[in-house]
Design a protein around this ligand. Structure first.
Ligand code: NAD
Length: 349
């Protein structure tokens, strides 16, 4: 196995992992360990180029620093990616990648992300202890997406309270982009709360199935971002809020689960200028890592920890909205400032 360090300004450590025997190429990025060991999932995707994979892991690991800090977890930010089709992944690749993680000696903890499931985590845990989201064993938490969806549901209610004066979702129209692990669980919660749903997924069968399961209107993937609704919940890919899509949005608020929804910093200001209330993604979708944290931190009373942290996260979102309204700036800017202050506090301490 070949491990190469890559100098990336702003990141503490980035390595490229190559194992010719298992045809594995991937990256591990540790953005910050200032608040604790870096934690963030492993994603497997057929990136077009190595540069695209590196760019993704750098953005996502930085996002994990923000997410973990916003959730008040004693964890830093890290992320890992493997380049390849997740449907063709092999045990040998997972074992080789786990050896690379083990070599970081606990500076980085991994868990599931897109293309990786609890079974894959179990394979990796046979090589290294720095794996969470395991299907069984002491402190195991399995698939984080139901708790992620729970956190997003809370965030949508809080967003509704700020935007419409009531957290109740009965009759509210929510457009959900992406019906994977997170979008599916979220749609179920929204439906149970009486929301009206319009949904889309590039997997047409899945979209149809969601339409039937949740009484949702199904639209083509290229139409979901322009659907007229109360709230848009992006739950698929990143960078969906950008210079092309923002002018076409016909919603009053955006609150969803996808990571890195804003393509650029200016897009937060563009949403604010349009009067669209944006729940910062790393606050709205921190439920999953809160759940995973109970495994890393070996928390005995997981239910209580998760509930308390989700409640605190909601309070943080309220504070963000309040300060943003007072200062007439986008909530994303306030959220970034809150995290920056926490990081500085940790450094001073
Ligand atoms: P997933 O792979 O299970 O689901 C993604 C879904 O989006 C798939 O059904 C896919 O077909 C669909 N999709 C992809 N591109 C699309 C497009 N252009 N239009 C419509 N649908 C599209 O992934 P997931 O675990 O549900 O995660 C969804 C998002 O939430 C990702 O951005 C992920 O990083 C983020 N997230 C997930 C978790 C978690 O606990 N799983 C936690 C935090 C953040």
């Amino acid at each position: 196995m070949n491990i190469t360090s890559i100098a990336c300004p702003g990141h503490e450590q980035v390595i490229r992992v190559e194992d010719s025997l298992s045809a594995l190429t991937g990256f591990i990025a540790i953005h910050s360990t200032r608040l604790g060991p870096a934690a963030g999932g492993l994603r497997m995707r057929p990136y077009d180029t190595e540069d695209a994979a590196l760019e993704d892991v750098l953005r996502l690991s930085r996002g994990m620093t923000f997410k973990n800090a916003a959730a008040d977890l004693p964890l830093g930010g890290g992320k890992a990616v493997i380049i390849g089709d997740a449907r063709a992944k092999t045990r040998a690749q997972l074992v080789a990648f786990a050896r690379a993680i083990d070599g970081l000696r606990g500076r980085y903890w991994t868990a599931e992300d897109m293309g990786v499931d609890p079974g894959d985590m179990a394979v990796m845990a046979s090589v290294t202890p720095y794996v969470a989201g395991l299907p069984d064993g002491a402190f195991s938490t399995g698939d984080p997406s139901p708790v992620t969806a729970r956190g997003i549901f809370h965030a949508i209610r809080t967003t509704a309270r700020y935007r419409f004066g009531s957290p109740l979702l009965e009759g509210r129209h929510v457009a959900v982009q992406g019906l994977g692990q997170v979008g599916w669980h979220l749609s179920k919660l929204l439906r149970a709360a009486g929301a009206r749903l319009t949904v889309a997924d590039i997997d047409a069968e899945r979209a149809e199935w969601a339409g039937q399961s949740f009484g949702a209107v199904v639209v083509a993937p290229d139409r979901i971002l322009a659907v007229e609704a109360d709230i848009l919940a992006p739950c698929a890919i990143g960078a969906v809020l950008n210079a092309q899509t923002i002018p076409a949005l016909r919603v009053q608020a955006v609150a969803g689960g996808a990571n890195n929804q804003l393509a650029a910093e200016a897009d937060g200001a563009a949403l604010h200028a349009r009067g669209i209330l944006y729940a910062p993604d790393y606050v709205a979708n921190a439920g999953g890592i809160i759940n995973i944290a109970t495994e890393i931190l070996k928390i005995r009373d997981r239910r209580r920890f998760v509930s308390d942290r989700l409640t605190a996260l909601d309070a943080t979102l309220e504070t963000i909205f309040k300060h943003a309204a007072e200062r007439d700036v986008g909530p994303d800017r306030v959220a970034d400032e809150i995290v920056a202050a926490k990081m500085q506090g940790a450094e001073a301490a």
